[in-house]
Write a protein of this length. Structure first.
Lengths: 290, 290
């Protein structure tokens, strides 16, 4: 089966929230829980350092917490590898712990195992009284995205041309937990764009029952990418390459000015009655399969 | 590196509790968090059904919660496979959901991925005001174990002789969460015996700073195993084969009578000043490497 079909099958049977993470009401607040699996072949191009592998493994789960506006409480990491080589483990730990430190959270446990392919599974636990879901966008809201787009696409391109050091740096993206927490009181909906900007917009639109219209010229594309590619290749990279971990959110126009100035974000469009459009043309729902 | 060396390396750098699961104080109680990775080659003998794979993947994590005396709040399951075949996914879900149901907990999310070897990583979140640790055994306490010993060894033996149905049944062990919760107020220390009875006894003794002396004739060995093997093979299976998921605990002799009658357990020995002994002879610390 394709992964999307697998997810559909699972969703019919599991009490999942349909959001970036599960929401568990607990003692007057909500616990937020998420897990993510990464492995050598599809997630780490040749040249990815052990430190980057560790960093990114943690960051993907923290990004899910960020997209709910949750404060991280703890992280776990399970790791399997054919050799369990000391250099690899040590490097992965370096990266994982650095990422945790940046997000102000502790790595509290995990598991190790020996198997054919390097595999990492991180779990993040967070907490928030008011989780931001994907289904709250309202007509008239502005559509915004944090940071810059195309960071992972630029990294992939640098890996392919052998600029390994710069590529690893781009791959160690900062999880947006602090921003997510600051946006939690204002955002009507939020999602991370790990599945690509286009697919994430479609998910927001579908789950909120609205349309989303964005403008190409407003997209905050990272200069590292625009210096590498242009035209259709650039558009593909920005819209459809996944594994950028910025936050896509909607908020009432009147509240935008109240967003904490530490949050770097750009208004890229507006919530309308229907349609998922880029410059008034249909934006394809091409997903990104991990 | 050997897995034990890997764990040692990790433990020097991670804020792990050194217990079956991480303990996170939260709003007047403790959240209990654990993750476990299983994969085809080392955890599932030929003949293991998809349903058993799903069941066992969940049960290993719930067993860690049980060993802390925690009430389960939620479970996540990440699954990777080369084919993501519908029959497999469906069977794994059947097993996972049945196990969750028996433990009174919901599967609230997960992740899927495509890779070389079937791999499952479950995460369980629980809660308890008074977590039972491994380091609380006191001289004079009785040493007890729940249920019967040798269930997994008997299952492995049945898989090897082609008695697949019976083997699968043995492999779907019931996670002892209800018993763990009932023992929480009385037990001075607790651990699950997933790493084998001998190694688990050594862990309890070391972490509590005491000796543990047990008697062979008191061990509640499952009749399925005694009908298959005898002598040294039986002793090896009972003491050193891991992946039984019963609870090993200590409690003051005066409180044993107060244990809820629904908990099936056997007194197998007594906490002493020093030594880890079986019938007064040194019990080797032969671990079980998953």
């Amino acid at each position: 089966m394709r992964e999307t079909d697998v997810l559909r099958l699972i969703n019919t049977r599991v009490a999942a929230s349909g959001d970036d993470a599960a929401i568990l009401p607990f003692r007057g607040t909500n616990l937020i829980l998420t897990t993510d699996m990464l492995h050598r072949e599809s997630d780490f191009p040749v040249g990815t350092t052990a430190r980057t592998i560790g960093w990114r493994s943690i960051a993907v789960s923290l990004s899910d917490l960020a997209a709910m506006g949750a404060r991280p409480l703890a992280v776990l990491l399970a790791l399997a590898d054919p050799d369990l080589d000391e250099g690899l483990i040590s490097g992965v730990l370096d990266g994982a712990l650095s990422c945790c430190k940046q997000a102000g959270v502790q790595l509290v446990g995990g598991d190790t195992d020996r198997q054919h392919e390097l595999t990492l599974v991180s779990t993040a636990l967070g907490e928030t009284e008011h989780p931001v879901r994907r289904d709250g966008a309202r007509i008239g809201d502005l559509i915004c995205v944090t940071g810059e787009l195309g960071r992972t696409a630029a990294g992939l391109s640098l890996f392919s041309t052998g600029e390994i050091e710069a590529a690893n740096e781009l791959f160690c993206f900062p999880p947006r937990v602090a921003w997510g927490m600051k946006l939690a009181d204002l955002a009507t909906s939020m999602i991370d764009i790990s599945d690509g900007l286009a697919h994430s917009l479609h998910l927001l639109a579908t789950q909120s029952g609205v349309g989303v219209h964005i403008e190409w010229e407003h997209l905050p594309i990272t200069p590292v990418l625009t210096s590498q590619v242009a035209g259709e290749t650039l558009q593909d990279a920005v819209l459809f390459t996944g594994e950028d971990y910025e936050l896509l959110f909607t908020a009432p126009a009147g509240l935008i000015a109240q967003i904490d100035p530490s949050v770097r974000f750009t208004v890229i469009g507006k919530v309308r009655k229907q349609g998922t459009l880029l410059n008034n043309e249909q934006l394809p729902d091409r997903g990104y399969e991990h």
